[in-house]
Design a binder for this molecule. Structure first.
Ligand SMILES: C[S@@+](CC[C@H](N)C(=O)[O-])C[C@H]1O[C@@H](n2cnc3c(N)ncnc32)[C@H](O)[C@@H]1O
Length: 173
């Protein structure tokens, strides 16, 4: 399993508790934070792989396939590297910036060939992934103009190597 945004390492420890030793790779962009999390995890006897890197690029080796990818910072677009590194049928969970006035947690399923599709499952607020903070219109990230904020559950998210499209599900009136 791949986690982006190690932070304190608390979530990493929970994931490793669920999935077992040496099953979790976690990526943190801040070297000091990553080192502190690594030390905490070691002290707690949690065996996880802690990397310092820009998680937007996923696992820096870009060779592994993951059954699960989870991000604990929000993104405006599901990064192509995550889609490439997600096993077909695998699950990707991430907070997605939305024009509804809050982020939405999306749960997506890998469809193979570097793409995934899924639905919003919750509203949430997270710090944004570093490097993704300059203001840009939501339409640049596949959102239709003028969404109905009350209907955030009724959208579906399709993402691939070229971008993402967020569409109102047909029959969701
Ligand atoms: C909300 S915190 C994560 C909390 C963490 N899951 C925990 O259990 O403490 C988000 C983390 O993502 C990190 N981060 C921000 N941008 C990042 C990026 N591009 N790549 C990797 N980590 C990033 C931040 O430094 C911060 O530690």
């Amino acid at each position: 399993m791949l986690e982006i945004g190690t932070g304190t390492g608390y979530n990493t420890a929970l994931l490793a508790h669920r999935t077992g030793p040496d099953t979790v790779t976690t990526i943190e962009i801040d070297q000091t934070i990553a080192a502190q999390a690594g030390a905490r995890l070691d002290a707690a006897g949690v065996r996880a792989r802690v990397l310092t890197a820009d998680g937007e690029h996923g696992d820096p080796s870009d060779r592994r396939l993951y059954d699960r990818i989870v991000c604990t910072a929000s993104v405006r677009r599901i990064p192509p590297a995550w889609l490439r590194q997600l096993r077909p049928g695998g699950a990707l969970v991430a907070p997605l910036d939305s024009p509804a006035g809050h982020d939405i947690t999306v749960r997506m399923t890998g469809t193979g060939h570097g793409s995934a599709a899924g639905r919003p499952v919750a509203t949430v607020e997270f710090m944004r992934l570093r490097g993704r903070r300059l203001p840009r219109p939501h339409t640049d990230f596949g959102w239709p103009a003028g969404i109905d904020a009350q209907r955030w559950r009724d959208y579906e998210v399709h993402a691939d190597q070229h971008g993402q499209r967020i569409l109102l599900r047909t029959g969701s009136a």
